[in-house]
Design a protein around this ligand. Structure first.
Ligand code: GAP
Length: 466
């Protein structure tokens, strides 16, 4: 029976083993921002590559893009973000904790997601008359400020030093990556061979001034999104939407998430332009249960219509066969790479055995594992073993992310690689040199060991990593 995976266990492993570090620690930390260490960036890159492979490489109908973080500020006027991308905030006057008013009202069965600050404060007053009062979720006291709406947009300035701080030079750090996709819809259409229906995919940073961000890398102020916007004729929407929902669900299963840890959440309240929105939720038990990981949304013709209106440019499409002219409709798949990283780390985290014998092992799919093979000389003070191990490392590293480790006893080295999730460890010993020219290969999951001849080692791993 596996022990409960807690947030403390995950964050401690993530830091101890160089996956994720809190930002700016030597200055006392910087809230809701994280850095990725050696194993973290390897895992993140592998996840992004696995996503890209299925979203772009294997699909004739999706092409890639890497648009800039800074964009013309009118982009965010057109998209509605400047005026309407905000969350309601309440502060505790005593302990200074900051809370989401909509989350607090949810506990009383009130859906405040789309309410103005005044409407939220009315609801809070009404609750008081019913003898129910909001309490600080941190200190439990009732000394709370009224709710106010708080923009999630992160502002910056561009321009010469003299005018850098003036209002007209304000630019925003993009709050989602898809804005750059809409602005490059026409460029993509004109420069690649795509015809409707087609998609544009990109991976990149996004920034949101999140009010509450206390859940490790689940919700941060700087994060990465992997988004794909699919442009189509409205008559194709329902069919394509179902296809994409299925494709995204299957992708998670393919890379090792168990079906029982995934579920669909159907949004009832939709943006005025949206016809359907579903989330794929993952069971982040360390955060208390199922939570949104990826969104799959129908966005209608809102985005291109708005950008057409604000830019004065025609963004319509002419069907080459029928000659019909229309603004393409869009459906998107949108996932936070960091949130996905968290889910895969959570899923892989396994404790086996009890007490002293307990081992922690990250059972990643081999394609996602940060390091594929670790190479050990049995003893570090025997130059002939070290030289042979270095030679094996050099050969394997041409094709796989490998790690060389000569520190401590072999048992400890195995434990360390288990905690990183390395599928195979290769040990060079005296028999390798003196007897059989074989190495010991140890399997992460079964802990079985086998002797493999050095001549066959590359074929052996080619079969293991198909
Ligand atoms: N273009 C649509 C869009 O951005 P969203 O639901 O706001 O939709 C999509 O975000 C995904 O981006 C979420 O499902 C989540 O995985 C990720 N995401 C959003 N805000 C995030 C944050 N503050 N930290 C980490 N990931 C975030």
């Amino acid at each position: 029976m596996q022990n409960q995976t807690t947030i403390e266990k995950i964050t401690s492993l993530a830091k101890r083993r160089g996956f994720v570090f809190p930002s700016s620690e030597i200055y006392g930390g910087f809230a809701a921002v994280y850095d990725y260490g050696h194993y973290g960036i390897l895992l993140k890159n592998n996840l992004a590559a696995a996503w890209w492979k299925h979203m772009v490489q294997l699909r004739p109908d999706v092409v890639g893009l890497d648009s800039a973080i800074f964009m013309h500020p009118t982009t965010w006027k057109a998209s509605g973000h400047v005026d309407g991308f905000d969350d309601p905030q309440i502060d505790c006057r005593d302990c200074k904790a900051r809370m989401r008013a909509d989350h607090m009202l949810e506990a009383f069965g009130i859906d405040a997601d789309k309410m103005s600050a005044a409407e939220i404060n009315e609801q809070i007053e009404k609750l008081k008359t019913e003898g129910k009062e909001l309490k600080c979720i941190s200190c439990g006291k009732k000394n709370l400020t009224p709710a106010k709406r708080f923009s999630l947009m992160v502002k910056s300035n561009l321009g010469s030093p003299t005018d850098a701080l003036s209002e007209e030079n304000v630019v925003y750090l993009r709050p989602e990556t898809c804005g750059g996709i809409y602005l490059n819809y026409k460029n993509t259409l004109d420069s690649t061979r795509v015809k409707l229906p087609f998609g544009i995919a990109q991976v990149g940073k996004a920034f949101r001034n999140e009010i509450v961000a206390r859940q490790f890398i689940f919700r941060t102020r700087e994060f990465e999104q992997m988004e794909m916007q699919y442009f189509l004729h409205p008559s194709d929407m329902n069919r394509k939407y179902e296809e994409w929902k299925e494709a995204r669900w299957q992708w998670y299963l393919e890379y090792g998430i168990k079906a029982e840890n995934l579920r669909w959440y159907k949004h009832i309240k939709l943006a005025h332009y949206a016809a359907a929105a579903f989330d794929i939720e993952y069971n982040y038990t360390a955060l208390g249960g199922f939570k949104e990981m990826e969104g799959i949304h129908q966005r209608g013709d809102w985005d291109l219509s708005q950008h057409s209106k604000f830019s004065g440019q025609k963004l319509d499409y002419t069907d080459p066969k029928s000659g019909e002219k229309f603004i393409p409709h869009i459906m998107e798949t949108s996932v936070g790479l960091n949130r996905m990283f968290f889910a895969f780390l959570h899923e892989a985290y396994t404790e086996e055995g009890e007490g002293e014998d307990m081992r922690v092992v990250l059972k990643f799919d081999k394609r996602l594992a940060p390091v594929k093979i670790a190479v050990f000389p049995l003893l570090k003070n025997k130059p002939e073993l070290v030289a042979k191990a270095e030679e094996v490392f050099k050969n394997l590293a041409k094709n796989y992310m490998c790690e060389f480790d000569d520190n401590g006893n072999i048992g400890k080295r195995y434990r360390r690689q288990d905690e990183i999730g390395t599928p195979y460890c290769v040990t060079i010993d005296f028999d390798t040199l003196e007897k059989d020219n074989c190495v010991t290969v140890r399997d992460r999951d079964t802990m079985q060991q086998e002797r493999v001849s050095l001549e066959n080692l590359s074929v052996y791993f080619a079969e293991k990593f198909v």
